[in-house]
Design a protein around this ligand. Sequence first.
Ligand code: SF4
Length: 739
Amino acid sequence: MQLFSHAKRPVHLGPYPSERLGRTTEMPDLGRVAGDGTLSPTGGAGGLADAMSEFLCALDAVRQGDRNAAAAEIPDDPDERARHLKAAGYFLDSALVGICRLDAVHRLPRRIEHPDLRTVSYQASEEKLRLRFNPSAVIRQMQRSLVLTDAGIAHHTHAIVFMVEHPRDPAVDEPGAEWIVGLQGWRAALRSAETATVLANYLRILGYDACSHSATTTDVDLNRLAVSAGLGRVTSRGTVVNPFIGSRFGLAAVTTTMALAPDAPLRRQSLGDRLRAQGPGWWIGWASPKTARNRLEFARRAFKDSRFPVETLKRVDRPTTFIDEERIPRSPKSSEFFLRAAFGDLGKAAQDASKDGFSVAKAPLAAALRLALNVYSLLQRGEPAGAPAAGHDDPVRNADTVKATMHWLGADLAGVSRAPAWVWYSHRQDGTEMPVAHPLAVSVMIDQGHETMEGASGDDWISSAQSMRTYMRAGLVCGVVGRHLRRLGFSATAHSAADSDVIQTPLVLLAGLGEVSRIGDIILNPFLGPRQKTGILTTDFPMRPDKPIDFGLQTFCGSCNKCARECPSGAISSGPKVMFNGYEIWKADVEKCTRYRMTNMGGSMCGRCMKTCPWNLAGLVREAPFRWAAMNLPWAARWIARLDDALGRGRINPAKKWWWDVTNDGTGKIVQAAETNRRGLNTHIDLKYEDQTLAAYPAPLVPPPLPAPFPIDREAGIAAYRQLLSPQEHQDRLARGET
Ligand code: SF4
């Protein structure tokens, strides 16, 4: 919880008040810097570090690649470019980002390389990917990137340095911490490498040569770069320290040919400097979102419990919405609407937008993020290494360990549930039957980030990157833990946005991460609202499931209509809940939603419902009464929603817009977007259910499990929606034995 709002603070300044630190124009003596910021590859041998090392190696394998032959239409100003790339680094969760010129003194005499880099081979996985969604785009991007190109960095002129700080050190005897003790360096290396890999790819898409450098594979001295870029000072012992973070961090960097405005190095902080940067403003939090009191993540929280007070939530035996488990039909993967768009079921415009994943990849940052997601997806499946290791027969301890590891790696929330047969697709998209592989699932939730959402309309040119960032992080978290479980001899599969065998929404509901919301397919969490995406890990690792939660959302959404009013495609129902395929939900028109997201001309994809929902909160102390009232006074929901409107929440905050409105012109060149959605609130609209025309495609209308077109019959979908029963009617029929 923060005391002060930082609504006017530009994103490129980051969460720490670094702009208040004393700086110098003189370059410090870099010869005094001890170490080069790399990790000993054998330092964490055994345990979770092995799985983390594989993911690091996979990122290292795509550190270079072809650059776009066409230079992007982006600002020429090196200051604006620097601000943009720093903001992108903060968007990807760096604690600090700095920029410097790349000089001979930063270059290592020879490259340090991950020991597995030259033997890594993804051929088999590439074959598997060929069958999956967006095959052509994935394969082309992977083929380009997975070749270990070695263009060298001799011609690179600038470096962007990313600092990732450690959370609290896990205690040796802390419940759930047994896999993560002693691995802070690996965590920071992995997370900073992810950011560097994505942004190097982004620069290449913009038409500039760029290479990422991680703690396991680098051509440059990361510590020296950190000093030059003003992220740290050298102590008398040669250690690099940051005035806010100390030496508890890991580093990665991007070197590039793009000219950028450099930062000045830090000077020895005088008393005046200290008062300015670390005086009262730093302590009470008006200087920056990070303060002396909230700086250390998990300082007062157990890793197994997450950053949020989940233990205060009311747990219930069954979800707050009815699930008629016995009558839920299993659906083939071919019923998934993005896949249907690719097959042409939604018409030519949506199909054209599907080609090469264009609807996502037209925004270059989203395209860059997708590379990391795709790399992780290559590691998300596999066979157990052998028989299950001994010592893992306590389901409570196991659940604590998995959740603590996921929260430590980067999940905002994790919860365990059973994985019943009805959450598994019945058939893969190639038509083969999908087995029910595992009895249990872990759902993870990743925050899309309040700050960037503040600057966005929800359906502009950052929207798909917001989604891709969360999908990527979920892929990392579930992928690493899945890989580790397989090494322990258990069966485990991560399910990501790139490749999933399960329908995620009901699993998230069962795991107690939220309740069904009016938005339809989004489970709303009391701490993150709808502003999140999820990932799943299924496994046979024995764990005790969590219980569902009840925080009054059914009454709240029943009285609030804001997402339905603000949805640009009119896809969200402003009416009552219905029964759809065995679930009690506010049934959204997924066809309308998909069509809009695929063909949106003023942005890339859409998440406007998340942006405008009253539960999209910043985490300020002054918002606590709202959350309390929303959870405890459901009868007041209508007034709380009106107050949210009256306060103008859900509007765009221009101070938080940091991205460029650029898009792929269809030939690969990145150009200025011809249109950009910048929406206000529709407070003048009183949306009526009876004025909406919604379609639904229950089991009898889904396509057969074949990789073939099956055009949408919208008239049949509209008729089907009108015939959906209310939950009460459904239960009455059940009582009469009529189904
Ligand atoms: Fe529920 Fe209102 Fe949020 Fe929609 S905007 S999900 S109705 S609280």
